[in-house]
Design a protein around this ligand. Sequence first.
Ligand code: FAD
Length: 327
Amino acid sequence: MRQFDYSTANDVNRAIATVTSETESKFIAGGTTMLDLMKIYVETPTQLVDINALPLSQVEAIPNGLRIGALARMSDVAAAVIIKERFPVISEALLASASPQLRNMASIGGNLMQRTRCAYFRDTAFPCNKRNSGSGCPAVKGEHRMHAILGTSEQCFSTHPSDLAVALVALDAIVQVQGPRGKRSIPITEFHLLPGNTPQRETALEAGELIVAVDVPDAPYARKSHYLKVRDRSSYEFALVSAAVALDVQNGKINAARIALGGVGTKPWRVPKAEAMLRGQSVNSDVFRQAAEVALEGARPLTQNAFKVEMAKRTLVRALETLGEIG
Ligand SMILES: Cc1cc2nc3c(=O)[nH]c(=O)nc-3n(C[C@H](O)[C@H](O)[C@H](O)COP(=O)(O)OP(=O)(O)OC[C@H]3O[C@@H](n4cnc5c(N)ncnc54)[C@H](O)[C@@H]3O)c2cc1C
C-alpha cells in the first residue's frame, strides 16, 4: 500500500476544504471498498479524510419523503421502520448486498461511490480504460460473463455494482451534495455516468464534493415496491441481474410503474419506455412479459453474457408478478 496522510474531520466544511487541498485526496467512510482498492494499488490517494464523525447518519421523514444521511450504515437503513414500511425496495436491495458484517460498516454514500468489480479494473497487471485512460479494455476478448449488456461503449463493458443504487434509481431519489462551491441536488438518474469515451469518470461529483444525504420522494408506488436479485450464490455475491420495481395499482389497473435493472448496465438502468407501456394496463403476466421485452430492447451482449438478456427479462417479470400478487 502506498503511504498516505490520514486525518479526521468534525465538520462538513472542514472535510471538504481538506480534501480539496490535495488533488489525490479522498474521503473515507466505512472503508470497506476504499481500503481493498488501496491494498491492490487501484486507489492510491496521498491523503484520506475520515468523515465518520460528521453528523450525517440520520434516517428521517422530511416533507414529501425520506432523507437518508450519507453516513447511515447499510444495516441501519435496511432495518429502519420507515424504510421497511414505506420504501421496501430499499430495504430489500440493502439486505441482498454484501454480508451482515460489511453492511454494519458500509455507508450509504460509500455504497453509491463504489467502483466496478470488473476483474481487469481490479488487477493492475492488465490495461483498463477506466483505471488508466486510453490503455485498452481486455474484457472484450477476455472474460466477460459478468459484464454489461446495456450502456456499454468500445472503451468499457463493466457493470455498476451497487444494489442500493438500482432501488434509488427506480424511486427517483435525489443525491444531496456539498462542495467547495456550495450545495447542489443531483437526480440519482444523472449521478452515475455512462462510460462513453471517458470511462474513468464514473459519477457527476466534482472534485471535493461530499454526498451529505439521499432524499427519496414518497410516491404511492414506493410502498408497493420490491427488489429481486439473481446471483451465482445466494449470499455475499454481486448481481448477475436484478430488478427494482414499484407499482401503483388502482381497481386492477396500473396507474404508475417504476422499473430499474441492475447487473446488466454500465450504470443502474432505468427503463422509462417499459414503465410507460405498463401505464393503464391490467396486472397480468403477459403485460409484464411485453414490458420486459421493451426493457431489454437495446441490449448488446458479448459472447459470454448473452444469457443475461433472457435472465433479466424473467427476473423483471417475476419481480412484477410478486408485486402484482400473481401466483
Ligand atoms: C466482499 C464484498 C462484497 C460486496 N457485495 C456487495 C453487493 O452484493 N452489493 C452492493 O451493493 N455492494 C457490495 N459491496 C460493496 C459495499 O456495499 C461497499 O464496499 C460499501 O457500500 C462502501 O461503503 P463504505 O462506507 O465502506 O465506503 P468507503 O470504502 O469508505 O468509500 C468508498 C468510496 O466512496 C467515497 N465516499 C465515501 N463516502 C462518501 C461521501 N459521503 N461522499 C463522497 N464520497 C464518499 C470514498 O472516497 C471512496 O472513494 C461488497 C463489498 C465487498 C468488500
